[in-house]
Design a protein around this ligand. Structure first.
Ligand SMILES: *Cc1c(COP(=O)(O)O)cnc(C)c1O
Length: 368
């Protein structure tokens, strides 16, 4: 028998770790009332009955996605919508912000994830593109400001509030530092985008993306866009993400503090010429968290290109693979994917292994 779940009085003061476990105990979700863990809903269609819920067809909505979005909404402080990938979420965000009058807007973007630039390229009929000015006072009326903070792969931060102060639309790709590290809607961003393939999922096993909006009109545009093109994640990916969100707080805090320890060690190594990591910076403390934690991803520059290309292959615990935010540490020579990046740069994504073991692994690989 399927019954309506008990309504949990929403804990207004719950902290992120509690919300991650309980925010989907929502009266609109249907499940066996005795299930503690949510079932994987695979049905694409839902019977119309007197007591049936809001779900009709799964391109529009379905229970597992609804639960996952409820948790993401609670964690991100806005209305979250799930997409089939980070890039389809990016595409949806830009589509939702495009002009209603068919006039081209201008998107200001510099550096960051290379795939985002490919999406912008695909939206030439809606947007002109210009570099993001470092001085926010040079943002012009009508511009869309695209920030990625921390920025992939060099971990620089952008001052979100300074761009919000221009009064123009600010979108933040917050993939490298999900909640509880920062909440860019609170800082005034109109939309926040995540590749939930990365830290939100955290286990390198499901492709998906999220857009969180600050107002209902934008959310309706996102939903319409997603319904029109069908860019929804599959049932298994959605369920895996929901399952992963339960441990988000623990994972992110641990990965962030391990990264600080590993980066500090690398900063003293004679073959490492630079560490690009914003942990502990004034801006991190101002717009992220009081400890200045910024996530588990950062980059190092090595003494030579040769060392940068060989290091990922000589590591044992860090896998030589792209992506980030998973419980397995990864290292990659970023130039392989992005020719704007220094050939001496290696991006590291710190996982959930013991910090001492990761440092030992780096020590042996750097001695080769
Ligand atoms: C990986 C990534 C994306 C793209 O996400 P997919 O899920 O791979 O489509 C977007 N932005 C950033 C910062 C990323 O790291």
């Amino acid at each position: 028998m399927l019954v309506r779940r008990r309504v949990l009085s929403t804990g207004r003061n719950w902290k992120p770790s509690t919300l991650a476990v309980h925010a989907d105990n929502d009266p609109t979700s249907f499940t066996h009332d005795w299930d503690v863990s949510p079932p994987i809903g695979v049905s694409t269609t839902f019977e119309r009955k007197a007591n049936s819920g809001p779900d009709v067809y799964s391109r529009e909505s379905c229970p597992t996605r609804g639960r996952c979005e409820a948790v993401l909404s609670a964690l991100c402080g806005g209305q979250a919508r799930l997409f089939s990938s980070g890039l389809s979420a990016t595409h949806a965000a830009l589509s939702a912000l495009s002009s209603d009058e068919g006039k081209k807007r201008r998107v200001l973007i510099s550096g960051g994830y290379h795939g985002t630039h490919a999406v912008v390229d695909n939206l030439k009929s809606l947007y002109e593109v210009a570099p993001l000015p470092e001085d926010p006072s040079r943002v012009a009326p009508g511009d869309v400001v695209w920030l990625e903070t921390p920025k992939n792969p060099t971990c620089e931060l952008s001052d979100v509030a300074a761009y919000v102060a221009t009064g123009e639309d600010v979108v933040v790709d917050a993939t490298l530092a999900p909640p509880p590290l920062q909440n860019c809607l609170d800082l005034g961003a109109r939309l926040v985008v995540h590749s939930s393939t990365k830290s939100l999922s955290g286990h390198s096993d499901g492709l998906s993306g999220v857009v969180v909006s600050s107002d209902q009109r934008l959310d309706q545009k996102l939903k319409r866009h997603r319904g029109a093109v069908g860019s929804v994640p599959g049932s298994l990916e959605t369920w895996l993400l929901l399952r992963s969100l339960r441990t988000l707080d623990l994972r992110i805090r641990r990965q962030s503090t391990t990264a600080v320890e590993v980066a500090r060690w690398l900063g003293q190594h004679p073959r490492v010429s630079a560490v690009h990591f914003a942990a502990g910076s004034d801006l991190a403390k101002k717009q992220m968290n009081e400890a200045g934690l910024v996530g588990g991803t950062f980059a190092i520059e090595l003494e030579s290109e040769n060392l940068a290309t060989s290091l990922p292959t000589n590591l044992a615990l860090f896998k030589d693979a792209t992506s980030l935010g998973g419980c397995e540490s990864l290292a990659e020579w970023r130039r392989r994917y992005d020719d704007e990046i220094s050939p001496r740069l290696v991006r590291l994504s710190v996982g959930l292994e013991d910090p001492k073991d990761l440092i030992d692994d780096l020590a042996q690989a750097l001695s080769q």
